[in-house]
Design a protein around this ligand. Sequence first.
Ligand SMILES: NC(=O)c1ccc[n+]([C@@H]2O[C@H](COP(=O)([O-])OP(=O)(O)OC[C@H]3O[C@@H](n4cnc5c(N)ncnc54)[C@H](O)[C@@H]3O)[C@@H](O)[C@H]2O)c1
Length: 399
Amino acid sequence: MPLIGLIKEGKVPADNRVALTPDQCKWLIKHIPGLHIIAEPAPNRCFSDDEYAAAGVTVSGDISACDLLLGIKEVPATQLLTGKKYLFFSHTRKKQEANRALMQAMVRKNITLIDYECLEHDDGQRIIGFGFFAGIVGAHNGIMAYGKRTGLFNLDFVFRHHDYRELIHTYFGLKLPNIKIAVTGSGRVANGIVEIMNLMDVQEVEPGEYLQRNFNYPVYVHLKGQDLYIHRQTGTYQRDDFHANPAAYDCLFKQYCTHTDILMNGIYWDTSMPRLFEWEDMRAPDFRIKTIADITDDKGGSIPCNLGDAIIGDPVYGVNVQQRMKAAPYGDDVIDVMAVGNLPNELPRDASRYFGEQLMKYILPDLLQGSSAVIDRATILSGGKLTPQFEYLADYAAV
Ligand SMILES: NC(=O)c1ccc[n+]([C@@H]2O[C@H](COP(=O)([O-])OP(=O)(O)OC[C@H]3O[C@@H](n4cnc5c(N)ncnc54)[C@H](O)[C@@H]3O)[C@@H](O)[C@H]2O)c1
């Protein structure tokens, strides 16, 4: 039975999330005979070393005996242990320049790398991710920003709460004005946004109603692929074709700009996809959106006025549309943009629990037995060699 190691995050600043919580470790140790887990001591983790020790995990600086090492973010090259099998988000599959030295170090050190981001079901859906809690935190922040802009209600930062349970208690008695909210996306982020809409008692309405009516209570519309994109020639939406040929599609979102107070953006986006709207659209006198929670968070991406990342402690900036520049938020002449790239870190205990659950359900059993097609497809390096499906990284990984 392999020995699992939970590594200390080495990236600076250190991430506070973990791949397995103490409770999950305890469950695994109890249910898998012979399984042993070692956690490297780490002061920044959202669960303390003592919590791991109390769960039956050995807390030790020596993880050299472990066969399987689980982390979250990129492991600094100096911390890689030769010949080991690692799971973490390496951000190397798109040849990201910042992580080239890491890739080369992994080749030199004969590492086996399974990248969480590459773990996909047979239909291509990602198995593991933190998106749900990004949606939760991002939606909260979007509503919080609207409260600060209007002065109509007040919400506190998410990170000031111990966990999700404590956070949602603060929604008791919250009465939102009669706002209209557009939610985009169909993945985990969108699910998290919708969860907050429901908890805040915002009612879902259909696209047609949303565009045609006013409501005397707060509403949201949930726009997925078929509501957002249309093939320029055929006038239809077909999911697989859209994923393969996004440049052949137009975006239908513009009609929502004049009916929406807050936009919660959770779509997947890449450069060949049409944007939700363009800078010019934002200058129209009837452009109504005042608050954008861009949870997808691609700079200059699906939301043209995403001018880069803000930080957890100061998540909102204003955008002056005429000058296309950042400005102080909440003024009459700006649109507020909430754009933070590490939203799940505000609820790290819950985000980690959710992540670990998916890991335990879909990946760990096969990993402890040996492998599976899903795991093989996500294995970028095996003993320091690129696996066939990742040979396109050869020039990037060459040492
Ligand atoms: N700001 C943050 O802290 C944060 C955290 C997590 C995720 N994100 C971002 O939010 C976005 C959505 O993440 P998610 O967790 O909901 O993703 P997900 O994998 O759960 O869902 C993605 C959705 O996009 C669709 N999709 C997948 N590949 C596609 C393609 N090639 N073309 C078109 N559509 C495609 C899928 O069908 C799925 O419905 C991503 O861009 C992600 O990077 C941001």
